[in-house]
Ligand binder design. Sequence first.
Ligand code: GDP
Ligand code: MG
Length: 438
Amino acid sequence: SLSDRLQGTFDKLRGKGRLTEDDINVAMREIRLALLEADVNFKVVKRFVASCKERCMTSEVLDSLTPSQNVVRIVLEELTELLGGTESKLTMAQNRTPNVIMLVGLQGSGKTTACVKLAYLLRKQGRNPLLAACDVYRPAAADQLETLGKEIGVPVFRGDGQHPVQIAKDSVQEAVDKLCDVVIVDTAGRLQIDEFMMQEAVDIKSAVRPDQVLMVVDAMTGQDIVNVVTEFAERTDFDGVIMSKLDGDARGGGALSVREVTGKPIKFVSMGEKPSSLEVFHPDRMARRILGMGDMYGIIDAAQEMADEEQARKAEKMLMQGLTMDDMLDQLQSIRKMGGLGKIISMLPGGDKLLGETPEAADEKQLVRIEAMIRSMTQEERDKPKIINGMRRQRIARGSGHTVQEVNALIKQWDEMNKMMGKMRSMMNSGNMNPKQM
Ligand code: GDP
Ligand code: MG
């Protein structure tokens, strides 16, 4: 995979003490090939590699004490930038009820399922969504939406089942009647760009003036992705992309091209078929994932989201005592024993509920790395990770055969998890959630 190839390239660099311009050239060539093989658009690759190279070929990097680490850092930064820099929020007018979100994209890209996932996500945020079935061409399309809507308990508006623009318009009134505060409009797609389909999407758009138009793009689309997103950008325009099927064996290059080619951010990624499998897209995390640096933040998010009072009580002990590195290591070892990311989640506060709902697989390799780093810490450092300063980080990195950046990332992960526990601790200490009163 792309990650494996890039990691291989970096491992080779790490094996060298000093780096020459030749070393950089070789590494950049490998990165270029890895990206091209992953279906990243060649113009995008060219620009990306050129800017990485320019930043790496400075005496500041080449003559530094840790040149290979600097190269990795630069590639990470450039990759994060390529993916959009920072996460891009769904922006909806505050003073408008209902808000309207419209999804467009080719047939089979995952629009209908994405509508449902988005409804699921918005409802978790306290919104009250209505789904509008505006694909009237595929006989089963509205049924599909209705079935999925039922599964998550979100109403579906079908109108007369014949006139998409009218259905979209009427769905807004339906939302008002039903006290729904956001309408998610599912539209029809064709297998290829098609004038009729485009015109219809444009008509629906001008009829309901959506707060957000999101284009659903199948991550498996290869080089053709550039034409497809460009065409939609010109015709219907859109505010952001939902990248679907990122759980499949997609080579992932599409995600890397979309932003650069259209200037539109990826807002969500879909990692499976379940309603809960839509995630906010974080460029930095994705870049880390691609570079094989792991993604513990996702777990933290998930746990934080699911933690409720009941679960908080269960986690009381760990909460009261704070999280040590050994706690973290314990969890990691349990994953290895029992297999699957689901398990670590179940061990986090509020995790029980999530079981069976997280489609991602744990990155085994990453766990081994984290374990090595924690094992290179002294007992005092493990108990009180706050004392791990720059010198200690360097020692831990050397001792475990990892980079300081990797140690930094681990400590950051710990810090976030610990903060989360602190937050829950203070929740429990205030008012009726005090475990001592129960
Ligand atoms: P539409 O034609 O654009 O509405 O596409 P659908 O929503 O009907 O999705 C087409 C197929 O892709 C369905 O079988 C979905 O279950 C599947 N699908 C959609 N999103 C994902 C995803 O993120 N991961 C996987 N594995 N399958 C997906
Ligand atoms: Mg559909």
